[in-house]
Design a protein. Structure first.
Length: 145
């Protein structure tokens, strides 16, 4: 479990999001360590508990609510190959210019911008790629070296 701050308008149990990092303004905030630095850029989280404590965000003066989060498995695309669930594969970075494609974020994740070892937890099926890459969507986790 991780404790972090989430914008009040989306702070609801079950809400899921991908952490994209902070801004220059965030670096000046006294809550940086709990709001931004407690999360991993590119990782997916789900709110498991919304607490009552609120803080004001320096970026837009909006309310941020303290929440308990659980890190979720990553969804990402990989080049098609025959593999079994729970095997470790090497994912090569993909090149894509189709920013409006529904799968773009799964192909171009900052978390997987380098050649990376990934444990395949579940094959979610083939992706219809507009660039005709032969891809599948998987649920996986990054293996740190």
């Amino acid at each position: 479990m991780v404790i972090s701050l989430v914008p009040k308008d989306v702070a609801k149990k079950g809400y899921q999001f991908t952490h994209l990092g902070g801004t220059e303004t965030c670096k000046k905030c006294k809550l940086l360590s709990v709001c931004i630095n407690s999360l991993v850029v590119g990782s997916n989280y789900e709110i498991t508990k919304v607490r009552e404590k609120e803080h004001t965000c320096l970026i837009d003066d909006g309310s941020m609510v303290v929440c308990d989060l659980k890190e979720m498995n990553d969804l990402l695309s990989v080049k098609f190959q025959k593999f079994l669930d729970h095997v470790v594969i090497t994912r090569e970075p993909l090149e894509c210019i189709e920013v409006l494609c529904e799968y773009y974020d799964y192909c171009m994740s900052d978390k997987y911008e380098q050649t990376t070892k990934v444990k395949v937890l579940k094959n979610k099926g083939k992706i219809q790629c507009p660039l005709k890459y032969d891809l599948v969507l998987i649920e996986g986790e990054k293996i740190e070296n």
